[in-house]
Design a protein around this ligand. Structure first.
Ligand code: PEP
Length: 253
């Protein structure tokens, strides 16, 4: 039995006041959701605040990215060691916005995954295809290549301490959610691919769905056998919506 995860990805959003409001609300909701791992991944500048507000609750937090290096002359980056010092549990790596806007290749993402893992963070590996790749029937090929780069660098066992988030790029921030059937088929394909390396790892790894997942669509998505929760963008900035998504995960825990 895999514990569901509901994780917010705030992206480049938030003010001191909204972060305070959201973390206070989600800490209370997380305390009532003992069978679900609830987390928010925040812009680095807010992580210290999240730590102060959420410590002592069941709400966990993480970063939206993580550098390959632990320290040195890398202006603007955030080291996994620093993120760990501020209480992060998770580090998202390979979000499609990082891959797209910052030219992060599968190899760079794999190196970030390793850096997070080696320094005690749980990497959340984002994978997923573009609309053109979806139309061309290449969804699983893209996902497999993104996962294989990590297996090549870190080994299959690394997924014992990691999470995968399947996020079709055409569904991110567009209001278009993959249907539960489409999402389930991809999640199943990802798990089958992992099984070719290790059945045990494949059975244990949590695979989240992300892409316009909201209060309405979460219940059916989360009831699919291979969907273990969600990585939530826009809806994680709204107390009522994120709370309803957590409720949907509780119903499937
Ligand atoms: C995301 O970008 O991780 C995401 C899931 O965004 P949204 O829910 O806004 O589509």
């Amino acid at each position: 039995m895999r514990t569901p995860v509901v994780m917010g990805n705030w992206k480049l959003n938030g003010t001191k006041s909204t972060v305070t409001e959201l973390v206070k609300a989600f800490s209370t909701v997380a305390n009532d959701a003992k069978n679900v791992d609830v987390a928010v991944c925040a812009p680095a500048v807010f992580i210290g605040m999240v730590e102060s507000l959420a410590t002592g609750s069941n709400l966990k937090w993480g970063s939206e990215d993580c550098d390959v290096h632990t320290q040195g002359a890398f202006t603007g980056e955030n080291s996994p060691v620093m993120l760990k010092e501020f209480g992060c549990t998770y580090a998202i790596v390979g979000h499609s916005e990082r891959r797209g806007y910052h030219n992060e290749t599968n190899e760079v993402v794999a190196a970030k995954f390793k850096s997070a893992l080696d320094n005690g963070l749980v990497p959340v590996l984002c994978i997923g295809e573009s609309e053109a790749e979806y139309d061309a029937g290449k969804t699983l090929d893209v996902c497999k290549a993104e996962i294989k780069a990590v297996i090549d660098l870190c080994g299959i066992e690394s997924f014992n301490n990691a999470i995968i988030a399947y996020e079709p790029i055409w569904a991110i921030g567009t209001g278009k959610t993959a249907t539960p059937e489409i999402a389930q088929n991809v999640h199943k394909g990802i798990r089958e691919f992992l099984k070719t390396f290790s059945a045990e790892v494949a059975d244990g790894v949590r695979i989240l769905y992300g892409g316009s997942c909201n209060a309405k669509t979460a219940p059916e998505l989360f009831s699919q056998p291979d969907i273990d929760g969600g990585l939530i963008g826009g809806a994680s900035l709204k107390v009522a919506d994120f709370t309803a998504i957590i409720e949907a995960a509780k119903a499937n825990a």
